[in-house]
Design a protein around this ligand. Structure first.
Ligand SMILES: C[S@@+](CC[C@H](N)C(=O)[O-])C[C@H]1O[C@@H](n2cnc3c(N)ncnc32)[C@H](O)[C@@H]1O
Length: 268
């Protein structure tokens, strides 16, 4: 892998230095939640849109060789930025799988000349078509419980065959209704200060890791923030390779990991 980078630790490093030190074809899955150029923190502020996309395409170039040939890549961003990132990934020969719309259940107020923002995008790409996809592990509850209760007993006649609902729920679609951490934090409607500006919900990362990796696989996240990917990977018995440039976030991430280990998630 690298003589200086070990599995299952969080490094305080710039993503370019980190990726440079990894062997090629090391990761089964990359879960990447990079800057969005929203200008809410220094690490998310670029001189221009051009600078932002140059930075984005540069880390993508470094990242792609680190993903195994049958590996998968998920990239978070705004819908606008994702439109450009999608084109870039296609131009680099990756295979488009899904444009996942994350409905954050958290309307941002104030838009008077357009509709309010309430979604982010997760692009799902693979390097070839032999990737892992554990669709049975990420089933979600059926919408209409009444219809399903009825179907459980006698099935529903569809094209001459009886269909019975799957006990684990329906196949997961590409619109994900998952409440943002910001919205969850609200007390009497007021947003509370979080440990990170934009932490991703655990359940969202869990869905990605369960669907696109197996136990003992290696999950890479080079914008790890307060360690959501690492914590989930550890819980699900995957290995992780993680870094973030901000010292304070890395400290929180390390504490979370050791807390989780104390509470029974095993990785050393
Ligand atoms: C959107 S946040 C990731 C949040 C993370 N998914 C979580 O749940 O905590 C992006 C992260 O990228 C980090 N970052 C920005 N520029 C970086 C760089 N050049 N190298 C490594 N990390 C960087 C920031 O410190 C920030 O924590």
């Amino acid at each position: 892998m690298s003589k200086d980078i070990a599995l299952n630790k969080i490094y305080q490093m710039d993503c370019f230095n980190f990726l440079e030190q990894l062997d090629n074809d090391i990761a089964d899955l990359a879960v990447i939640d990079p800057p969005y150029n929203m200008r809410k923190a220094n690490w998310d502020t670029f001189k221009s849109e051009n600078d932002f996309f140059n930075f984005t395409y540069a880390w993508i170039d470094e990242l792609i060789p680190k993903i195994k040939e049958n590996g998968s890549l998920y990239i978070f961003n705004t819908p606008y930025n994702s439109a450009f990132i999608l084109q870039y990934l296609v131009s680099q020969g990756l295979h488009f799988r899904n444009w996942i719309t994350w409905d954050k259940r958290d309307g941002m107020g104030g838009a008077k000349r357009r509709f309010s923002n309430g979604q982010e995008t997760v692009l799902f790409f693979t390097k070839n078509k032999k990737h892992v996809f554990n669709y049975n592990d990420v089933r979600v509850p059926y919408e209409s419980q009444e219809r399903i209760e009825h179907a459980k007993k006698k099935g529903i006649l569809k094209n001459g065959r009886r269909w019975f609902p799957n006990q684990k729920g329906r196949l997961c679609g590409e619109v994900w209704h998952i409440t943002s951490e910001r919205h969850k934090s609200k007390v009497n409607g007021k947003v509370q200060k979080l440990q990170h500006l934009t932490p991703k919900p655990i359940e969202m990362i869990e869905r990605i890791i369960k669907a696109s990796s197996n136990k003992e696989d290696i999950v890479l996240d080079c914008f790890a923030g307060i360690g959501t990917t690492a914590v989930v990977a550890q819980k699900l018995n995957r290995n992780f390779l993680c870094c973030d440039i901000e010292k304070d976030y890395v400290k929180i991430a390390r504490n979370k990991l050791s807390e989780a280990r104390k509470n029974g998630h095993k990785r050393a």
